[in-house]
Every structure is written in C-alpha cells, then in structure tokens.
Design a protein around this ligand. Sequence first.
Ligand code: GTP
Length: 324
Amino acid sequence: MKALVLIGGFGTRLRPVTYSVPKQLIPLAGRPMLYHVLDLLPTDIEEAVLATGYKAEMIDAYVRAHPLPFPVRTVPEAEPLGTGGGMRNAGEGMSDPFYLLNSDVIAQVDLRDVRARFDRLGGAGVMTLAEVEDVRPYGVAALGPDDRITGFVEKPEPEAAPSRWINAGVAIWRRSVLDRIPPGRALSFEREVVPGLLADGVFGYRLTGYWDDAGTPERLLRSQRLLFGDDRGRIGTLPAGAEGTGPVATMEGATGRGAEFGRWVTLGPHSFVGPDAHVEDSILMDGVRVEAGAWVVGSILGPRTTVRAGHRVEGQVTGEAAEL
Ligand code: GTP
C-alpha cells in the first residue's frame, strides 16, 4: 500500500513562524510534525508521496536528509491546488486502496485496524473521525448504521452539525476516488468530492486514542503535550547541567546548562538557553537564544529568535530572527 500526504498549505494560522518554515517542519517533542504523522504509517508500506506546495524545496531537502524506513517522494504543485487538486496532481501510480493523511494532525491510531475495517465493509473508503467539543472549524459526519457516513457538512454552525464526529484527516480511499477529482484546477476534496462519494459507501472509524489538529499556536502546543504524554515522549529528559522537571526534547547541538525547565519543551537544533533562564510549554526552533535570566512560557519562537537577558515572554509566536 502507498500513502498520499497533503502538505501544500500555507499554514496561515501559524504566522509569522510559517513565513520562514512550513508548519510540518516545526518540531514537536523533538521531531518535526510531519515525522509524527509519517510514524502512523506501517513501516512496510511501499511509498509515501508528499503533495507539496508552499516551501516545497525545504520539505524535499529535509526528507532527503532524514530518511524514513520507507521511500518518500515529493510531488510539488506549481500553484496551490487545494486538497483535491493536490491529490490529483500527486496521485499518479497510487495503490488501490491508499492511505490519505493530512500532515498537520497529531493522532493515535492503528492504520492496520482502519485497513481491516475497510476490507470488511468495502465501499469507497474509510475516514477516521475524532470527537470534538467545537465542530465549527471542521468537516462533520452524519452517521448511520455501521457508522456509514450519510452526510458530510464542512464547517457548520453548532446547531447545524449532524454530530460531534469530525474528519480526523486520516483515511483510506479506493484509487478510483482520484478519478472523481476534476483535473487542472484548485478544489477542496472534502467539500467538492467527498459528498459525491457517500452513495458508494464511506464508513467512519471512530478514534479512541488522542487526536488534535496542530494548525493554531494553542493547538500546536497542546499537540506537543500529547506527544510528550505517550511513548514518543520518552526522549524528553533535561539537557546536561540543567534543572527543573522537564520533559525537554533536546535536539542536536542544543544547550541549557544552568537553566531551569518546566514541562514540555522542545529545544531545536543549536538553540541556547542561558543560566537562570526559565522555559516551559514552548518550542524553540533552530538557533534560538534565550539569554540569562529570561522567561519563556507558552511560546513558539521561530528560527534564530533572541530573548534578551531578563525579558519575559508569554504566549508569543515569532518569525525568523525576532528580538524580544
Ligand atoms: P491554514 O492556512 O492555517 O489554514 O493552514 P493550511 O494551509 O495547512 O490549511 P489546512 O489546515 O486547511 O490544510 C489541511 C491539510 O491540507 C494540511 O495538511 C495542508 O498542508 C494541506 N493543504 C492545504 N492546502 C493545500 C494545497 O493547496 N495543496 C496541497 N498539496 N495540500 C494542501
């Protein structure tokens, strides 16, 4: 089986950090978001095809430098084609069926089990569904017997929502679904194609493990907390010579000697936290400097950001080389 991974969006809700880095390369608990997504795939899959667009060359360079247990190929779009257009553009030679993954969801799901449900029920595909309180930003499923999806409403007002089960961004589809996407133009797969597939049988798979959409700063940090909470967080200890609780995921060349760390911190490659500085619930990207005695809480600091000695930063998202 192959996988198609949608990774072409602009990540506008995570600006300004996404002006310099595509959101899928932001490290959560010490690994880029994209790698947590690709971890969901069975290691014996034939290939993962990444439908890229925004900052495609950065993603391509990263996956070449950090190989996975299976081949990964990127297929860039010259201009944004939306989720449907991106699938059509990158879908040449897809397997039947294939996995479809959004690259910005942090989920705990066994894809073999999703595949088993697809094999049992047939139809056009199986979409995993997550139960959420606030359905407004998502596509919401109406469910019939056997959790067959009988309706699919994008971004409804709560009173118009048929359930609280939303498209979790992880699915299995028949290859023929790609032929149902009109070629040569931008379109949303969820809005324009999925409703027409329901008559062929699309089934829901209710997630029981954790799930989050890491598309906003608050949810990105929440996703990192979820990842630290499961086995994948076991890398989190404290950097050499540091104090505090952690967990801290210390990436290559990062240092925090004499600093104090609260919970859930990623220290990106070659970042530096000075003596008596305090950092918690934050992501520091490549080359960030937190000088002596500074405080950083609940923040996502873009590459080469500097927090001056003694300054306090809370709930901030910065772009490249910001000075605080
Ligand atoms: P925002 O701009 O903050 O909404 O983020 P986004 O651009 O990632 O959009 P959204 O979260 O709705 O995208 C859902 C998934 O589809 C993500 O994995 C995106 O990378 C992907 N995606 C969105 N637009 C495109 C596109 O035009 N082409 C491709 N290939 N993927 C896309």
